[in-house]
Ligand binder design. Structure first.
Ligand code: PAF
Length: 322
């Protein structure tokens, strides 16, 4: 049965845009969540509850998989169904940033060229690296401040309400503004951002300030409010702002610092993703967070010694663990 209040959408690429607007409201979307980790699972559940045909493409090999949101009844999804890929209107890619290439390569051959690809992860630069594989598709970038945690393989906890911003990565995706409404209906609030790279940079600065330090110190985010970390955080943010400005993005040092401090307080009890990756001896996102910053800094001839030092310390941890 279709839940009351469900909004349905046609993929507008099959129609002229004007026509698509007139028929919005008549058909659910076919959506595949590629990489149903914590954030992917949360979206899968909410999109399915909103009436869309959602299937998963995860690591597990079985043809179905269930996800339970907190203590609610588990929801069953198809998993690794190639027919679902070939019918997909949207593939939501929520794998970790360093897994993007590995995850995309085997599935791309099954997708219709009108299928939208939306990448939602911490860090920057991954989509640039694989763009040659996906350029025929509308490609979208998204960033979210929702907090999610997977206490076990089939369970997800929504640990903090947030906002999601979505925007176009290529020209073909400029026509996809409607997708923000689709997502907003499933899990608000979602906004279309004409300058999504600006939003991604702002999130990158937050991640540059919080993630390496919590990974090195093995502490909760909230501990970074202590006096002993303030000089480092200020220098990290200041270097980031210099790189952002040189790269053509708006960056005010004090505003960015205020944002970082707000996130530290708001997520005080959280263990950052890098804390967790270091703790569990997993590959971290450092190459696409601080690593991306250092790459842009090198191209633009900007000095970033404090970020470089944090990068080296996390890389040393990764190497000693593998
Ligand atoms: O990577 C993370 O953990 C999150 O992006 C953030 C904002 C640092 C909160 O923990």
């Amino acid at each position: 049965m279709v839940p009351i209040g469900t909004i349905f959408y046609f993929n507008p690429f099959h129609f002229s845009l004007c026509f698509a607007h007139r028929i919005l409201g008549t058909k659910s979307m076919n959506i595949v969540v590629l990489g149903p980790g914590a954030i992917g699972s949360l979206w899968a559940i909410h999109l399915k509850k909103a009436g869309h045909n959602v299937s998963l493409w995860g690591n597990k090999t079985q043809s179905t998989d269930s996800i339970q949101l907190e203590d609610k009844p588990p929801i069953l999804f198809d998993n690794r169904n190639t027919q679902a890929l070939s019918q997909a209107d949207l593939v939501l890619v929520t794998v970790k940033v360093w897994q993007v290439e590995h995850a995309i390569k085997p599935i791309i051959q099954h997708l219709d060229s009108d299928c939208m690809l939306m990448f939602m992860h911490n860090g920057m630069g991954a989509v640039d690296r694989i763009y040659h594989l996906v350029e025929q598709h509308p490609v979208l970038l998204a960033t979210t401040t929702h907090g999610a945690f997977r206490p076990s393989a089939n369970r997800v906890n929504h640990t903090g309400l947030g906002q999601t911003q979505v925007g176009a990565f290529n020209d073909k995706a400029q026509q996809c503004e409607f997708i923000a409404d689709v997502l907003n209906h499933a899990q608000p609030e979602v906004f279309w951002n004409q300058n999504i790279k600006q939003a991604l940079w702002q999130k990158l600065v937050v991640n540059c300030a919080i993630n390496p330090l919590t990974g090195i110190e093995q502490c909760q985010n909230g501990q970074l409010a202590n006096q002993e970390y303030q000089t480092t955080i200020e220098k990290v943010v200041s270097e980031c702002a210099d790189v952002m400005n040189a790269d053509g993005f708006k960056a005010d040092k004090q505003t960015l610092l205020d944002t970082v401090r707000k996130v530290i307080v708001a997520t005080g009890k959280n263990y950052s993703s890098m804390y967790q990756d270091v703790f569990y001896n997993r590959t971290t996102e450092i190459d696409f967070i601080t690593g991306y910053l250092l790459e842009r800094a090198k191209c633009l001839h900007i000095a970033t010694p404090v970020n470089a030092e944090l990068y080296q310390q996390i890389k040393a941890k990764e190497l000693s663990e593998n």
